[in-house]
Design a protein around this ligand. Structure first.
Ligand SMILES: [Zn+2]
Ligand SMILES: [Zn+2]
Length: 347
């Protein structure tokens, strides 16, 4: 089969390798659509360490083509997407059903590497655990199927924010995850969603996906705008959906933009690690909370799939660029340029 193998930082080659065989409890899937996650780009650029060589990609859908021994929950020709996280099942977090916090977590395509390395979906075929497969309802196409994973992650962030109908929310960063969160906040009844992002085309998309107010944080005073939009109280929740080292400073700012008892969700990772200072009195006297959001659970993944199947959320125009597997480096370049929303690789 053809696969895009990342041999080392920046060295991505589409090569012919042996098609993997499904072992007991595993399934071979023919990949039909794979979208690129910012974390794939970070690994390609060497901002996150990973075990080479590896096939990246964890947001995907496809067709079941071969069953390993003992598999009976799916059949050949089933259209499916995959919950790409394998937890160990035995550590304390797994015993408490907090699987996304598992100490030995492994993610398909190197999405997480606390456990073993698992090759990903930037290939013609992939072998996965049968129990991680979710069948796609008939009205969900392969591209939407690939987007269930990022939607599940975005949804986890929104659930962590504790948003309530009538809230005023702020989303910092209108990348793909921030845009999904704008949609989710509006669906959950936020009365007003403010979005800050320095890129004009991203602010335009944010408005398209439901943002009521958009702000360029480089040329406008976000704090002042938050004040005037909330009668000086601050927003009920801030989702910090910006990765990279700038995130540390944004968390400190976000806390100041939050109303008493409001929540700041730290949605992305800070790479390279950077520290920030926060005003502890905002937390003590104002009972503000800073919470994390990492991956999702199976139940959230299933909820994300239901939201798409029910057409409560329309993801169909989120994929702005499509490339064949042979041109995966061009696809990564588009993600790097931030000119699109989601970029798909179609083997
Ligand atoms: Zn992802
Ligand atoms: Zn575990």
């Amino acid at each position: 089969m053809k696969a895009a193998v990342l041999y080392t930082v920046g060295c991505l080659r589409v090569v012919d390798i042996e098609t993997p065989k499904p072992g007991p409890g595993e399934v071979l899937i023919e990949v039909k659509a794979s979208t690129i996650c910012p974390t794939d780009l970070r690994k390609y650029l060497g901002h996150t360490s990973i075990t080479f060589p590896i096939i990246l990609g964890h947001e995907f859908s496809g067709i079941v083509t071969e069953l390993g021994e003992g598999v009976n929950n799916v059949a050949p020709q089933d259209r499916v997407t995959v919950f790409p996280i394998y937890s160990c099942g035995t550590c304390r977090y797994c015993r408490e059903e907090r699987y996304n916090l598992c100490n030995k977590l492994s993610g398909i395509g190197g999405a997480v590497e606390l456990g073993k390395k698992l090759n990903g979906s930037f290939a013609e075929y992939i072998v996965v655990r049968a129990e991680n497969i979710f069948k796609l309802p008939e009205n969900v196409d392969f591209e939407e199927g690939a987007l269930i994973e990022p939607l599940a992650a975005a949804l986890r962030g929104i659930i962590q924010s504790n948003v309530k109908p009538g809230d005023i929310s702020l989303v910092m960063g209108a990348g793909p995850m921030g845009l999904l969160q704008v949609m989710l906040l509006k669906k959950m009844g936020a009365a007003k969603v403010i979005v800050s992002d320095p890129l004009p085309h991203r602010r335009k998309w944010a408005r398209k996906y439901g943002a009521d107010v958009t702000v360029d944080p480089y040329t406008e005073d976000l704090g002042e705008i938050v004040n005037s939009e909330t009668d000086g109280y601050g927003v009920d929740e801030v989702i910090v959906s910006v990765g990279g080292s700038i995130e540390a400073e944004l968390i400190s700012q976000a806390l100041k933009f939050t109303s008493k008892s409001g929540t700041v969700v730290v949605f992305a990772g800070t790479w390279p690690l950077k520290y920030t200072t926060i005003d502890p009195n905002l937390i003590h006297y104002g009972e503000r909370r800073i919470v994390g959001s990492f991956l999702y659970t199976r139940s959230i993944f299933e909820r994300a799939l239901r939201l798409v199947a029910s057409r409560t959320l329309n993801l169909s125009d989120m994929i702005t660029h499509r490339y064949p597997l042979e041109r995966i480096e061009d696809a990564f370049r588009v993600v790097y340029s931030r000119e699109g929303i989601k970029v798909a690789v179609l083997p």
